[in-house]
Design a protein around this ligand. Structure first.
Ligand code: PMT
Length: 352
């Protein structure tokens, strides 16, 4: 029998009344407010991209924690394509997970030191005297130059245009407080705001009132912990925090049969715009868009179920897991979403 969970004891409201905000919250909010105001002044659309996994600490003086699987590839890659499509991006990610642009030179898959060269070549340690008096040049391995220039050029232009704002979380508590605050700030953009919730959010947590202050001792044999369910934050997000935003959540499953039914249930329960379903093992080359059917989004191949199911697939052999991928599925995901977002914005003016 699979483990079962009991009913959540926390509503979103009671969660925020009882769990403490991260210490830097006010500073984070004021930076986001400035960023959003600048984008609003120039009429730019803004997308919040959440990325990476959240942790659940087991102790107040935290030594141990549970983690959620996610390298941050989906979020970091998508953020680059949103920037390319003309959006400003708030990139809210798990500390030390992959980030836009630098992801191409991740220390584990493509360490940058491996393609830097010393010119003229030197095969011994450089003395301090040599480093000061006649330091050699550093060059890039010729075969890497074009790729590096492309990434670096885009990175520098994004930095100059000020269209990306980065913020970090570690715990699920940080994530929830930040998500609420950023959504409330972004709501001033109305339909021009999109939310792309790709982070892997823990479903269970240990309220601070139940946590041990110090490191849990091992002397008493096995460890039994009862966790509470994390409140389902999509509901207040849609109903209260950002009523007009275009909200895209992700549904991760390991049993492919569950993806579409669970996505439909989420749409019915929370009332947001799109669920993108993905199977853990196929997520780099296959995703499914599930949305409610409406006059504005109807496609010729729609059935009568009330839901629109749209698969996006790329050739698995071109969807390499390393940075030299010929094709990244996020390019198509973002293309599909920016088209839908445009229709969503236009639909508002049609209804007026
Ligand atoms: O980073 P990568 O390694 O590239 O992996 C990408 C990914 C697989 C992590 C990503 O594509 C993905 O699927 N992210 C969502 C993972 C997740 O949290 O799935 P879930 O089925 O547990 O949650 C579904 C949705 O419920 C989430 O979008 C979230 O907004 C919502 N949720 C979750 C918890 C919670 N307390 N309240 C919620 O509303």
């Amino acid at each position: 029998m699979p483990p079962e969970s009991s009913e959540s004891s926390f509503s979103a409201e009671s969660y925020f009344e009882t769990q403490l905000p991260p210490p830097s919250l006010q500073e984070d909010i004021s930076e986001v407010r400035d960023f959003v105001r600048k984008q609003k002044d120039v009429g730019r659309k803004v997308v919040l991209v959440t990325s990476g996994g959240t942790t659940v600490p087991l102790e107040l003086n935290v030594v141990r924690f549970l983690d959620n699987f996610s390298a941050g590839t989906r979020g970091a890659t998508s953020a680059e394509y949103f920037l390319k499509a003309g959006y400003a991006v708030i990139f809210m990610h798990r500390q030390f997970s992959l980030q836009p642009f630098s992801r191409h030179y991740s220390h584990s898959t493509n360490p940058f030191l491996d393609f830097l060269e010393i010119d003229p070549p030197i095969h011994q340690r450089l003395s301090a005297e040599m480093l000061i008096s006649s330091p050699p040049h550093i060059t890039v391995t010729p075969s890497e130059r074009v790729d590096l220039l492309r990434v670096l050029g885009t990175y520098k232009s994004v930095q100059k245009s000020g269209t990306m704002h980065t913020m970090t979380f570690v715990t699920v508590n940080d994530y929830l407080w930040l998500l609420r605050a950023v959504s409330q700030e972004l709501s001033v953009l109305g339909r021009n705001a999109m939310y792309y919730l790709a982070a892997a959010v823990s479903d269970f947590f240990l309220p601070r009132q139940k946590m041990s202050e110090h490191k849990i001792q091992s002397g008493k044999g096995s460890l039994h912990i009862e966790m509470d369910q994390v409140p389902k934050i999509l509901k207040p997000m849609v109903d209260e925090w950002t009523r007009e935003g275009y909200i895209v959540s992700f549904k991760l499953e390991t049993d492919p049969e569950l993806i579409i039914p669970k996505a439909c249930t989420a749409l019915e329960r929370y009332g947001h715009q799109v669920v993108i379903g993905n199977d853990l093992n196929h997520r780099k080359y296959e995703v499914v868009f599930v949305s409610r059917r409406s006059a504005f989004t109807k496609r010729p191949d729609d059935d009568d179920s009330g839901f629109q199911i749209h698969w996006l697939r790329i050739n698995p052999s071109s969807a390499s897991s390393n940075t030299r991928a010929v094709k990244e599925i996020e390019e198509d995901i973002v293309g599909e979403l920016t088209d839908r977002h445009k229709i969503w914005i236009e639909a508002a003016s049609v209804r007026l």
